[in-house]
Design a protein around this ligand. Structure first.
Ligand code: BTN
Length: 260
C-alpha cells in the first residue's frame, strides 16, 4: 500500500487537493482543521489507519490498518440552504451505495438516515460535520468509513448493529482505492442534486426496512415504534404508528432498529 496507489486511483477526478496519512487520529478532525485554515472545495483526506475515528452520537469508529476505507471530503455548499444541510450524510450513503452497485454488482440498502447495509449488516457509516464561522457555514466535512476486508469488522462486543465487510459479501479481494475513487466520483456527481426529487427517489429506492416495523430511539432512550413508510420531501422518516396515524421524524440523534 502506498500513497502513490491512492493518487493513481483518484487520477481524473476533479479534486482540489489530496492528503494521505498512513496513520492519523480522525480524518474528520484533520479535515475540519484544514477547512478552518481555508481548504478548498473538494479537498480530500484519506487514512489507512485511524486511532481515534469517530462515529455518530459520540461513538468510536474502528479503522485498523490495511483493511478499511476512512476518508473525509471537504465540501463548500454553494449557498446558505439550511434545509439541505442534514442531507449531506445521506448523500454520502447514496454515493457509497452507487459505487457498490456499479463497481461490484452489489445490492446495498440505506438504513435511515445514512448507514449502508449489505445483507442487512452494516458495511459503512457516514459522519457529516459542519464548520461554522459565526452564522456562516464555511464547509461541510463528509466523513465515510467502509469495512472492506474482514479485519475491519469490529469485534461483536463493540458493535450495536450487525456488521459485515465488502469482501465477505463479494467473496473476492477488493482494491480499496478503486472503491474510494468510485465513492468520491458518486459524491461529486450527486452533490448538485442534493434535496431534489431525483435524489430523494434514489435514496427512497434503497431505503432498508420499508414496509417493516421499526423502532426509533432518541439519546434519552425515548422510543417510537411503527411501520416504515419511507421518507418525505425533507428526508424525514415517515412511520405509520399503531393507532393508524402517520408521524415524521427529522434526521438527528435517532437510532433505528428493525423489530423482528
Ligand atoms: C457512524 O457512526 O456510523 C459514522 C462513522 C463515520 C466514520 C468515518 S471514518 C472517516 C471519518 N473520520 C472519522 O473520524 N469518522 C469518519
Amino acid at each position: 500500500m502506498s500513497e502513490k496507489e491512492v493518487f493513481e486511483a483518484l487520477r481524473g477526478l476533479p479534486l482540489a487537493a489530496v492528503w494521505f496519512y498512513p496513520e492519523t487520529g480522525s480524518t474528520n478532525q484533520d479535515a475540519l482543521d484544514w477547512a478552518a485554515q481555508g481548504a478548498p472545495d473538494l479537498a480530500l483526506i484519506v487514512a489507512d489507519h485511524q486511532t481515534a475515528g469517530r462515529g455518530r452520537l459520540g461513538r468510536q469508529w474502528f479503522t485498523p490498518p490495511g483493511a478499511a476505507l476512512a476518508f473525509s471530503l471537504i465540501l463548500h455548499p454553494p449557498a446558505p440552504q439550511p434545509e439541505i444541510l442534514p442531507l449531506y450524510s445521506p448523500l454520502g450513503a447514496l454515493a457509497v451505495a452507487f459505487a457498490l452497485e456499479q463497481g461490484y454488482g452489489l445490492q446495498p440498502q440505506i438504513k435511515w438516515p445514512n448507514d449502508v447495509l449489505l445483507n442487512n449488516r452494516k458495511v459503512c457509516g457516514v459522519l457529516a460535520e459542519a464548520l461554522w464561522q459565526g452564522d456562516g457555514l464555511q464547509a461541510v466535512v463528509l466523513g465515510i468509513g467502509i469495512n472492506v476486508a474482514p479485519s475491519s469488522v469490529p469485534p461483536d462486543d463493540q458493535i450495536l448493529f450487525p456488521a459485515t465487510c465488502v469482501e465477505e459479501v463479494t467473496g473476492k479481494s477488493i482494491h480499496r482505492w478503486g472503491l474510494l475513487a468510485g465513492v468520491v466520483k458518486a459524491i461529486i456527481d450527486w452533490r448538485d442534486q442534493l434535496g431534489s426529487e431525483v435524489f430523494l427517489q434514489a435514496w427512497q429506492k434503497r431505503l432498508a426496512f420499508t414496509g417493516h416495523m421499526v423502532r426509533l430511539e432518541n439519546t434519552g432512550g425515548e422510543a417510537s415504534e411503527g411501520l416504515l413508510l419511507g421518507i418525505d420531501a425533507f428526508g424525514h422518516l415517515r412511520l405509520q404508528m399503531k393507532d393508524g396515524s402517520q408521524q415524521t421524524f427529522a434526521i438527528g440523534d435517532l437510532k433505528l432498529r428493525p423489530i423482528s
